[in-house]
Design a protein around this ligand. Structure first.
Ligand code: CO8
Length: 260
């Protein structure tokens, strides 16, 4: 399959996936979702890739949501299947063992905001706008927004965004914890690459375990989550990287992690 709607570039261990449908504000058609799934699977198989950045083509939209023209005549059964396809893909992105950063270069609306929500870190251009406008279309978020937005920013702010369908700017998004940082549009990708480099200077196994502890722990009670942390913390002590990291510190050297 030729990936014309999703671009993939890999440089210095960092993969950048760009949703490339700028004339339609990078809206997520079925084809976009299919091609994204293929590209994410390729990224997952590539040992050379240590971090992933997801962004949108052009300077207007990150992703302006699911494709409304493709949804307008859907039956309830088709809508269910569409939502399940997207949930599976988004779950796959969320569970990648490498850091995933959303570089939000413009509108991140509906399924686009939900795509940003499955990333570990979100950096927005100062011109970006975020929101869950589904309610204005007579539907609710269907790619995880009701669940992930409320877990990230709390029930009150999630209610406000989802029930009004209104958009917020990048600074407001940062003030409620929806984005981690705001950058000038022309520096957005550099900011995402810098963040990725800072993370991947650490050991790949510790990154993987930390992500897993946070992600899975959030689905558990505090007691269960702490027990789960004990398991993953213990696993760290079966790795060479733990030895490398601690000895490097004690010898006042920079560690060269092996991912073993
Ligand atoms: N789907 C399809 N086409 C879109 C979408 C979209 N989500 N967003 C923009 N476009 C198209 C426009 O129709 C227009 O096409 P054309 O040039 O052929 O008329 C083109 O992109 C440019 O858009 P605008 O002219 O509207 O550009 P503006 O700069 O005036 O506005 C906005 C930009 C604010 C982004 C505006 O386009 C907009 O509001 N878009 C819709 C945003 C939206 O409502 N998103 C939520 C969609 S629903 C969703 O994501 C649900 C996910 C879960 C679904 C579960 C399914 C079962």
């Amino acid at each position: 399959m030729e990936n014309t709607l999703i671009d993939l570039k890999v440089a210095e261990g960092i993969a950048t996936v760009t949703v490339n449908r700028p004339k339609s504000m990078n809206a997520l058609s079925r084809e976009v979702l299919e091609q994204m799934e293929q590209v994410i699977k390729d990224v997952a198989k590539n040992d050379q890739v240590r971090a992933l950045i997801i962004t949108g083509a052009g300077n207007k939209a990150f992703v302006a949501g699911a494709d409304i023209s493709a949804m307008v005549d859907m039956t309830a059964q088709e809508a269910r299947e569409y939502s399940i396809v997207a949930h599976n893909l988004y779950g796959m992105i969320e569970q990648l063992p490498i850091p995933v950063i959303a570089a939000i270069n413009g509108y991140a609306l509906g399924g686009g905001c939900e795509l940003a929500l499955v990333c570990d870190i979100r950096i927005a251009a100062s011109t970006a706008k975020l929101g869950q406008p589904e309610i204005t279309l007579g539907i609710i978020p269907g790619f995880g927004g009701t669940q992930r937005l409320s877990r990230l920013v709390g029930k009150g702010k999630a209610n406000e965004l989802i029930l009004t369908g209104g958009m917020i700017d990048a600074e407001t998004a940062m003030s409620i914890g929806l984005v981690n940082a705001v950058a000038p549009p022309e520096k957005l990708i550099d900011a995402a690459v810098d963040m990725a480099k800072k993370i991947i200077a650490n050991g790949p196994l510790a990154i993987k375990y930390a992500k897993e502890a946070i992600h899975r722990g959030l689905q558990m009670s505090l007691d269960q989550g702490c027990k789960y942390e004990i398991e993953l913390w213990t696993d760290c002590f079966t790795t060479e990287d733990q030895d490398i990291g601690m000895k490097a510190f004690l010898n006042k050297q920079k560690p060269s992690f092996k991912g073993l």
